[in-house]
Design a protein around this ligand. Sequence first.
Ligand SMILES: C[S@@+](CC[C@H](N)C(=O)[O-])C[C@H]1O[C@@H](n2cnc3c(N)ncnc32)[C@H](O)[C@@H]1O
Ligand code: SF4
Length: 430
Amino acid sequence: MKGVPRYTSYPTAPHFHDGISAQKHIKWLKELDEDTSLSLYFHIPYCKQLCWFCGCHTTIINSYNSVSKYIELLKQEVHMIAPLVQHLSVKHIHFGGGSPTILSPIDFSKFMELISEQFNLSDIAEIALEMDPRTLDMDKVISYKESGVTRASLGVQDFDTKVQEAINRVQDYGLVEKVVNNLRLSNIKALNIDLIYGLPYQTIETTISTIERSLSLDPDRISLFGYAHVPWMKQHQKLVPEDALPTIEEREILSELSRKLILEAGYTAIGIDHFAKADDELSIAASSNKLRRNFQGYTTDNADALIGFGVSSISSLPQGYLQNTAKNVDYASNIKNKKLPIARGVELSTDDKQRRDIIMSLMCNYQVKINADLYAPELEKLQPFIDSGDVTFSDGIIKTSSLSNNKLRLIASVFDVYLQNSPHRYSLAV
Ligand SMILES: C[S@@+](CC[C@H](N)C(=O)[O-])C[C@H]1O[C@@H](n2cnc3c(N)ncnc32)[C@H](O)[C@@H]1O
Ligand code: SF4
């Protein structure tokens, strides 16, 4: 089975290079049209305890001191960027991590005050936060509500104790249920739950139980990620007991079972790994071909430009992608020297933009119209998928069934010119 990217961008991050600088970021931001809508992403790269499966960019800390210092640096980064885009309308704000819920209520409220002073939020549609249920309390929930947070994304992963212990992520159902109730009581009603299949000791029984418990919490959306086991990149994943990991065949069974149970409960399948209630904006966007995909996954966020703040965050501007340094020390020294901490990126060529549109359309809408003459070699590579019935091609339209979601990455990868000669190893597409 071949490893392929998840296509949260195209070209994908391993193909960014260090020829893209802070000056480029300033130039590209200044070039944005007056009617450009914005999305802001803030990365909080800290957690209290390491989950051994974790593939995110985070550092484990046991004192709040690092967080206090980091939030001050983040504020300075905001002060450097905001004057360049103050006139543009912000539609979406997303806090990711790491664990944004590690921020104290007072730090979060003050940070959001700064954001509303520095940016134009008069047309804001969503403020979303990734939440680790173990680090939430009522004071934090109240500060989120008061700061205008509308969506909570809860990291659940699995409810089985043996699985939780094997990944060093113990949180019982009662804790998650309490958090869900508190969020709803505080009127933060848009809820996502993150689940993972392919974790150690997962079986058909544990999967049924985890899905049933998750459904009983009545989330609007569920993300069902395949465990990306990449110990050559994330050393701590070596702590995950490899001999207890499901085989490729078992992963497929667990993925299909989870999918079936979620669909039977009335959810709509969105792209490769999301589900949403039929009346949720995400389902509505999917049925009207308005679904988008960004670094956080599937979204209704249709802003023209995404600006990333914080360590390792990625900005997606019409001209290209730019990534902040992933090293905490370099981030701090850049910001202290009043320099934007851009480390790498890529400027999009016309060919990149066309291929990106094709790949994103396949990943979001399961179909795309192409010029068959321009993409003859790619169509040849698609032939095995056409022969197996996973793909149809007629009148210039490539269509793939939403039932073959795990194959979607492979199908989309046919249009990825960077992948062919890439030495980079990706996680399996199951
Ligand atoms: C930044 S975390 C969410 C917030 C918070 N840190 C937490 O874990 O509750 C984003 C999500 O990425 C997913 N994730 C992390 N590492 C992963 C991996 N190696 N493979 C698949 N999904 C992963 C988990 O579902 C996790 O909830
Ligand atoms: S999964 Fe979430 S809580 Fe766990 S280490 Fe990763 S970012 Fe932190």
